[in-house]
Design a protein around this ligand. Structure first.
Ligand code: 5GP
Length: 178
């Protein structure tokens, strides 16, 4: 079973749903007078995006983009756009949905790109934040949970493309990646 490879559960499904309820309320309030486009970064943001948007009760659109930055457990340092947006975001208020802010390099590049496409504003909601690892001076405006410097998997987060389907955030047993 998938769960046999999990050392410990850091954040349960119930805790994530509860936090998404709070974040959704706050986002609905903050974007009440706008018509935001909510952009999920594939593939890690998918479960978080799906849960979060259920709690956003204002008119909005959803879009997806794919960027690549990681291979295995370490950053490759480079960020590439793998799948671009399908629509223009000129003049629109953008909310990026991310799984985790680690070094901050991905967000820096994506924000830069979205502003260059004419976005009126670009903010970020991230399920997780790992501030100890930050290299770039960037913060998500909305954070689900701040976590210590551990490599986590589940609720969208992968190790070599696996474990995204775990319904919670956990730490992998060392023997699985050593
Ligand atoms: P950053 O550019 O902020 O260093 O990296 C962001 C991306 O790295 C995330 O979207 C995620 O895909 C990956 N990443 C960073 N930390 C972790 C982690 O602890 N676990 C997993 N599975 N991916 C991570």
């Amino acid at each position: 079973m998938l769960a046999d490879n999990v050392e410990k559960v850091l954040i349960t499904e119930e805790e994530i749903i509860e936090r998404c309820t709070q974040l959704g309320k706050q986002i609905s309030k903050d974007y009440a007078d706008t018509y935001p486009v909510i952009i999920g970064l594939l593939k890690g943001s998918v479960p978080f995006m799906a849960e979060l948007i259920k709690h956003i009760d204002i008119d909005c659109e959803i879009e997806f983009m794919a960027v690549s930055s990681y291979s295995g457990v370490e950053s490759m340092g480079d960020v590439k756009i793998v799948k671009d947006l399908d629509r223009s975001i000129k003049g629109m208020h953008v909310l990026i949905v991310e799984d985790i802010v680690d070094t901050g390099k991905t967000l820096e590049k994506v924000k830069e790109l979205l502003y260059s496409k004419g976005a009126a504003s670009v903010k970020v909601v991230s399920l997780l934040d790992k501030p100890d690892r930050r290299i770039v001076d960037i913060e998500a405006e909305y954070v689900g949970f701040t976590i210590p410097n551990e490599f986590v998997i589940g609720f969208g987060l992968d190790f070599d493309q696996k474990y995204r389907n775990l319904p919670y955030v956990g730490v992998l047993k060392e023997e699985c990646y050593k």
